[in-house]
Structure formats: C-alpha cells, structure tokens
Design a protein around this ligand. Sequence first.
Ligand code: SAM
Length: 264
Amino acid sequence: MNKFQIITLFPDYFTSPLKEGLLGRAFKEGLMEVSFSNPRQFTQDGRVDDYPFGGGDSMILSYTPLKQSLESFTKKGYVVYPSPQGRPWSARKARIFAKHPLITLICGRYGGVDERFIRDSVDEEISLGDYVLNGGEAAVLTLLESLSRFIPGVLGNEKSAEEESFEGIGLLEGPQWTRPRSIEGHQIPEVLFSGHHEKIKNFRFFASLVLTALKRPELITDFSLQKRLSKAQQALKALSSEELRALGLRPVDLERSDFFTNGL
Ligand code: SAM
C-alpha cells in the first residue's frame, strides 16, 4: 500500500477529489491511504504566517507550525514540497514516486513557505509548470492523480498506463474515436475498421509520431525516431484528404519539405 501524508491549511479541499473516480476507488480499496495534518492546530492563536523579511505583499508560512505539523506524523517518509521553484513534474517522476511507500506532501499558501523549513525538512521540490497556483493543494491532487496510475491495481488494466502519452518511447498518444462511426460529416481513417492489427498499429504509430513532431517537437530526441519521421510522413500521404482532416492535417502539409521544422 502507498501512504500519503498531506500538510495543508485546507484539508476539506481534498474531500471530494479523493472520493471520486479511480483515485476514490484506490483509497476505498486500500491501495492508497491518506492522512492530514493542519499546521494551524500547532499554534496558540491560529496564526500560521507572517510578513516577509525585507518587505513584500504576500505573507509567508512560518517555520514552526509547518515543522510541528510534520513532526506530528510518526514517520516522515519522502517529503515533497510542490512549488514553482521545483523540478518539473513528469510521467517519469510519477512512475518513480509511485514506488515510494510513504510520501509527505506540503501544501504552500500565500507567498510560499519560510525557506529554512525547505532546507531542513524537504527532500524534493516539484513544479507543475511555469505558472503560479494560489496554493499547493491543486498541485498535490495532480501529483496524486498522476502517480496513482502507476500503483499496481489502481487502473483496471496495468497496460493502460503503458500505452498512454509520454510512456514507452515518449510520444504523445494519437487521436482516438468512438461510436458513432459517422457524425456531422467527419470521416475516420478507414484502416481502423480493417481488422488488420499490424496496419492499425503502424497507422497509430505514424500518426502519433507525426503529431508529436508537430505539437511537441522537443519530445522527439531519439535520433532513430527523427529518421522515422519522413517514413511516417510518406505513409500518411496514402490517406484521403478527409482522413487527414481527422488528424488535423491537410494533403498540402505532407508535401512540404519544411513540414517538421516549421510546423503547420
Ligand atoms: N511566491 C511564490 C513564487 O512566486 O514562486 C508562489 C507562491 S503560491 C501563490 C502558493 C503555493 O502554491 C506555493 O507555496 C506552492 O505550494 C503552490 N504552487 C504555486 N504554483 C505552483 C506550481 N507551479 N507548481 C507547484 N506548486 C505550486
């Protein structure tokens, strides 16, 4: 079982998200366990923040209530502080974190937390991206959602996580369609109805490779993948213009020699 301890001023923030969907089932079935500690409970007057030294508009979470909140747990495990100053979160990190038996997550608020607490108690700072959230709770939920997918038993089918974006060779997943087959004139690539598994697999790989190259070129670092791009470009030329439209492409795009360098 994977255990999580969350330090937050707003434990109610988690009530509904931890009850819903796959995450909810994981907690219900005991695959994951969570407990909370509120730094406010470790103060005489309920005050958990103070003005920043040197001036500034935002209050800073004080060292002592955070430290006492952390020490209220029997074991600390791996201590993670989501923060804009952390290392970027990724599927690769989610997979690693899913192997930790015990993780304590610190939710910052206001202007952040006293740096001395980070120096003393935090093992890793994690950033969700180059933007600022109002508090760490949404970040902690995102970490839990994404790492839970790598905890055995959380997804019904273990292979689901392996087939998704960023897994395997690190491409984005290609487009998916479901019934009805025809709606408002949209046409779906015929190969998907051929029953020919090898052809379907190739089509999916080429679509995923080409669309990753266009949407997130920085994900294609592997030289062998770069070499397979022109083959994928050629293969997609066999599609009708309607089928290409289903992928968000036009025949003219596939004729361009600067297709992958200048994008669409
Ligand atoms: N003053 C901080 C700064 O400029 O870097 C931002 C503080 S933010 C308003 C309050 C809390 O939200 C942070 O302490 C952190 O826990 C969380 N947070 C905000 N943005 C985040 C991000 N991109 N990734 C992870 N956590 C974030």
